[in-house]
Design a protein around this ligand. Sequence first.
Ligand SMILES: [Zn+2]
Length: 468
Amino acid sequence: MQTKLKFLGAAGNVTGSRHLLQANGTRLLIDCGLYQERHLKQRNWEPFPVEPAGINAVLLTHAHLDHCGFLPKLVKEGFAGKIYCTAATAEIAKIILLDSAKIQQEDAKYKRKRHEKQNRKGPYPEVPLYTTEDAEACFPLFSDVQYRETVQLGDGVEATLYDAGHVLGSSIIRVKVRQNGRERIILFSGDIGRPDRPIVCDPTVFDTADYVLIESTYGDRVHKPTKDIQQEIAKVINSTKKAGGNIIVPSFALERSQEVLYHINELLLENAIPHLMVFLDSPMASRITKVFQHHSELFDKEMSELVRRHESPFKLPGLKMTGTADESKAINHIKGTVMVIAGSGMCTGGRIKHHLVNNITRPQSTIMFVGYQATGTLGRRIVNGEKRVRILGQEYPVKAKVMRINGFSAHADKNELLDWLKELKSPPRQVFVVHGETESARHFGDFVSEKTGWHVTVPDYQDEVALN
Ligand SMILES: [Zn+2]
């Protein structure tokens, strides 16, 4: 029987990462992500293209929703094997899945109400894709694997996880298949980080592989140099402090929030900013930060050194992690400049909204964006310089300063992705470009074949290839 690879997601698009590998009668699903693009969300509702009960194991590269967010549905539909990933990925994935279940439930409730009122039916059922109980049903299946530890998954099939440097616990998965007396190595890049980012280590490189699946989120772009992040943040803090306003930071809970804290800590250690109170006002970000704290073995050299000197960014003197909604609202009564880091990262929901309500009309305050703002989101409208925006059902004039700090990306750009590939000492038999919008994936595919002469393919959804 041939070894086969089937692309069940993140093929010609970014989200819904799911790759099925079949070898020697073993079926492995590498990543089990949720589709998040509006026009592809219906795939979350369709029956899974292969029988979930027939999948032997899931291997997770990392805990982002577009890589793990479909797990509760897969388990609900019959998957009962193990879910292999690093301990940090498992802990963060559990937090993220519970949050996702809550959102699914709230969305379904909201839709039901709206449709009842309008007396119509929507394109999807008005039930949650999965519930909290469905998410919890996955938890016993998680099985921790350490970096560089090899797991036997079936007859002649084994996998090893290596640090991908993308978010805490993220992995590149190397699968080795022995068949008819020969060996094939298949590398699943997951999302690849960038060299010299704070907290996490640099991505692992490899010198041999027969097949490579590589992400291409930024396969058509080159990031701006990142040297100035800290300086730019210092400028925002100092000028806002002088003006007497607050600094409001919409941020993603995983990695970005912790990176912002890292930079604040560095600036305080260098005396580049005055002492200030920093509120991490996101229960999810606070929970994830705790996972960071007890996985200090995954930190890079600089971060480990900070922890050793008792100067961890997660223990900086003015930091408060707020719990209840009342604690969150109490922040508004504090006089003097404070920084509030809250979700959601694109201002589409969560506590950031009431902080925006309290600060967006104040010329003294600054809204500091540290992440990508998708089209159609409140964050995008503010970044685009709209003069009036609607928040929580009411319209407000935008009078606060709006700043955008570039260079925070957790994904390698096209040159960094190519550099990562070029560590291979001999050409792989084939490279598959996944996890990028069609344009980006095609552009990167052409770029790689032009620069290396290798055999590169950009697969489509449900394509299946034999790995000889
Ligand atoms: Zn990711």
